[in-house]
Ligand binder design. Sequence first.
Ligand SMILES: Nc1ncnc2c1ncn2[C@@H]1O[C@H](COP(=O)(O)OP(=O)(O)OP(=O)(O)O)[C@@H](O)[C@H]1O
Length: 570
Amino acid sequence: MTTNSKGSQSPTHLVTALRACSGAFCLVFLYSCGYNLFLLAPSIYLLQIYDRVLSSRSADTLIMLTLIIAAAVVVGSILDIVRRAALTRIGSWLDHRLRPVVLTACFECGARADAGLANECYKDLSNLRQFLDAPASALLFDIPWAPVFLLLLFLVHPVLGAIGLMTAVALLLMAVLTELATRQPLAQASAALARSQLRFANALRYIQVIRAMNMLNGATQLVYRDAETARHAQDGAMQRAEIILGLSKSVRMLAQILMMGAATWLVLEENGNPGIIFVSSLLLGRGLAPIEGAIGAWRAVAFAYAAFNRVNRMLVAVVAENRVRTVPMPEGSGLVLDRVGYVLAPANRQILNGVSMRLVPGDCLALIGPSGSGKSTLGRIIAGVQPATFGCALLGGVDISALPLYGGMRLVGYLPQDIELFGGAVKDVIGRLDGTDAGKVVEAAKLVGLHDTIMRLPQGYDTDIGEGGSSLLRAQRQQLGLARAVYGNPALVVLDDPNSSLDYEGERRLFAAISRMRAMRMMVVVITHRMGILPVTNKIAIMRDGAMEAFGDSDWIFDTYLQSPARSGT
Ligand SMILES: Nc1ncnc2c1ncn2[C@@H]1O[C@H](COP(=O)(O)OP(=O)(O)OP(=O)(O)O)[C@@H](O)[C@H]1O
């Protein structure tokens, strides 16, 4: 649930979707009622045989009874099949409706530096679907019938009812004991497994480097250590669960014997219908089956419940954060940084310390300074990739980190230092994965002088670049990243080390592109170590130790600060 502007609670997509299924769940409940009613058929059959058939010795009655009960059993089986099919359909519908929403929320959650939770929540959605497909979910609908069968036992005879009730309570207590004994180790196992999977995914990402640097064994150990922790914790939990399961099976068998013995004793003492010996045994079986089933499926139920809570909490957190940051559409122009600071959370280390400046459309700022002075961190804040810890970065008067919330708006372009291309074909990469507008893709490629190069590729804009651009040279990836940054003519483009891999010709094209971008009234922020780019800029900022040492017109900064390399440290 999320709190809306009036302070009341509004349900998340997950809760809304589940509510939308309430009618379908009611139908499953009705099917389950029918199914459980028909489960009484064998008990009724036995009683009737003792009551009517044996006393009347009528073959016709026996045949009639058998046919009726057989029909009831068939109908009961059909109802069971129908309710399971209905649950599968509900699971499929929920998956279809929720996956895009949860996927987007997972990406947002991951972008807020909680990749572990994002990963887990994405898997949770599949787990919830599997839970609905599995027999465990149908069992939940049988649980209300356990007291009904036990009540029938009481109606047959209070002593038999008492035996059934005590057995049910003993089994439930054992289920609680199982939960208490396994909760902690299973939570440990789950956390360790998630860590291991995350490390494995990261290792795969950098596998070429890991192998080339002979770190394969170390990486294997790192991933394996967590998997081992998970295995130990899981083994411990399973051992405890198996001991309690063994005990509960003994209790169950003893109860069955006790029930038949007590029923026989009642027949002898009270001269009752001998059919109650079998009926009581059958009713006990029916009454305990949902409880036993629930105990067996307890882990699946608890797992599904935890998955539901995790996904719901993530949706609540993402929605809450988005609401806080929802602001009016940008109207003004220009970039304003007002005492922007960034503190690295774990060590409370100040990376940026109160950076202020202002750019107007058509400005190109070179952000220079020694390595580690905070240029890339500032670039990420300006690009809205990460929010500032304090102070504000505004584009057109709007918090830049809130800009992605405007669906479809492409106000900012960003070329990160690591480039990080994503997508298959060249047109998808440049078009930011929604490159349905081929004209805009070509326009972006032309703007950065890449169009002719792309046209020489085997399939032009349809050429597949491999996962993350693996089939390209770094310089080519950098140029594609540049084209992606300018796609849709954004108001602000942040380029982090855009010429680090470029040759003379590549740099020349980059400088020409920046000049064109300025002519189109875009604001360009270039983070660079190479001074050759300074002539195409009109502003320079020098960063040192997380602070802005100097900011001003390029000519002035150049004359005042950059004539002496010792002073700038660049
Ligand atoms: N996520 C992070 N984890 C740890 N340290 C970080 C992180 N982000 C930034 N830093 C640290 O913050 C400081 C500034 O880093 P930043 O990358 O912004 O500097 P830079 O001036 O761009 O350096 P370079 O020119 O080498 O890219 C560095 O000391 C860096 O180690």
